[in-house]
Design a protein around this ligand. Structure first.
Ligand code: SF4
Ligand code: SF4
Length: 380
């Protein structure tokens, strides 16, 4: 067991405080010892869909007003935390700071000694920060999709980048843990992303979560998403520059290796189960039209998991999101610690062949689709 803990510490998330690494590491080991096949790593808790922005690539705000006006109560949120019992809770939205009872929800999660990531676009943070107390269990995860021009374009509103940066400085000055949540879209250049990562590192944030945007069917704009091999080329470019930098990316090294086209993964959607105003969402945080159930156990038992993933379902094409694949990478790390350690030490491979791809089952053989647009299924 101690070796597994050591590998977990040695391999992953160096920016995350030791207390959190220990708690998550021992949780993972317990699941292994109990031979649990499907366990949650991060609860995605969406207590509302209402937002004060309307970003081009958002898949959450396309609901009628009666849905946007719905809120999960404090009790519903804390019941979900207890029911799922994942060691980490991410609260996206909508914009969570709009929810009047959010401080009470966060307090209840902290009392349960779960690590909570409160995801916000930061527009309300200056006004609301007084309602929260710094804690090793609380991190503000600030939405920033790149440098000033890029972020303001992504959120479709000028001036948001500056407000977010001021909020980051204020929140850090008050002793809170702060990370940045960056989603990459069409037109990104590796050099610009690297410049952005340098900038937020200098601001003093604990780490950066970074991933390609998922092609939400309900997003206001459909031409903003990066797909297929373009994603892997972009990440290879970023990581090649990153070999000489000191960025703290809040991901396991094997997930980063996957983004760079070096790992053959299928998703683990139950790793980040989603509770929102409709119930527990099948199968994951990203697909909104597959149905909901009342309990977490029902989600585990009744979701036809085999119908999802980028090999089996066209809706999953091009998904490389961390809520689908980080849990896969962590599972791989536990099974292949030496491989994980080598990738961690050397960094993701940024040159040479990527893993071999074959067309998924739903792509017809006479398709004119470019191989770079076809989601991967790798023969390992
Ligand atoms: S991406 Fe986030 S900040 Fe933007 S509209 Fe959607 S919920 Fe709001
Ligand atoms: S690939 Fe997995 S995580 Fe991604 S949308 Fe499909 S089911 Fe969800």
């Amino acid at each position: 067991m101690s070796e597994l803990i050591f590998m977990f510490f040695g391999e992953t998330l160096v920016s995350v405080p030791l207390r959190q690494q220990l708690a998550v590491g021992s949780y993972l080991i317990k699941q292994k010892l109990k031979a649990v096949k499907k366990y949650p790593l991060v609860l995605m808790l969406e207590p509302l869909y209402r937002c004060n922005l309307a970003c081009a690539g958002c898949g959450k705000i396309d609901h009628p007003d009666e849905i946007l006006d719905k809120r999960l109560s404090v009790k519903e949120c804390l019941d979900a935390v207890d029911e799922c019992n994942a060691p980490m809770v991410s609260i996206p939205g909508g914009e969570p700071l709009i929810h009047k009872e959010m401080p009470e929800i966060v307090k209840g999660i902290i009392e349960r000694k779960k690590f909570v990531y409160l995801c916000t676009n930061a527009l309300l943070l200056k006004k609301k920060i007084k309602d929260y107390t710094p804690s090793p269990y609380l991190t503000f995860s600030i939405h920033l999709d790149g440098n000033k021009e890029r972020h303001d374009t992504s959120v479709c509103q000028k001036g948001v980048f500056d407000i977010a940066v001021e909020a980051i400085k204020l929140t850090l000055s008050k002793g809170f843990r702060v990370t940045v949540n960056c989603t990459l879209f069409q037109g990104e250049k590796a050099s610009e992303v690297a410049e952005f990562l340098d900038y937020v590192t200098e601001l003093g944030v604990e780490g950066v979560t970074i991933a390609p945007g998922f092609s939400y069917e309900h997003a206001p704009q459909q031409d903003v998403f990066i797909k297929g091999k373009d994603v892997k080329d972009l990440f290879r470019g970023i990581f090649a520059i990153g070999k000489k930098r000191r960025w703290n990316l809040n991901h396991s090294s094997l997930y980063l290796d996957f983004l760079a086209g070096n790992q053959a993964y299928e998703c683990t959607p139950w790793g980040n189960p989603t509770r929102n105003v409709f119930g527990w969402q099948k199968p994951c945080y990203l697909l909104a039209d597959e149905g909901h159930v009342d309990t977490f156990q029902e989600l585990l038992d009744t979701t036809p998991w085999e119908k999802y993933g980028n090999v089996n379902n066209e809706k999953c094409a091009n998904c490389m999101a961390h809520c689908g694949y980080e849990a896969t990478a962590v599972e791989d790390m536990l099974s292949n610690p030496l491989k994980a350690l080598l990738v961690s030490v050397r960094g993701p491979k940024t040159e040479g062949d990527m893993v071999e791809v074959v067309a998924p089952a739903y792509v017809e053989t006479n398709t004119t689709q470019s191989i770079s647009d076809i989601p991967i299924k790798v023969e390992s």
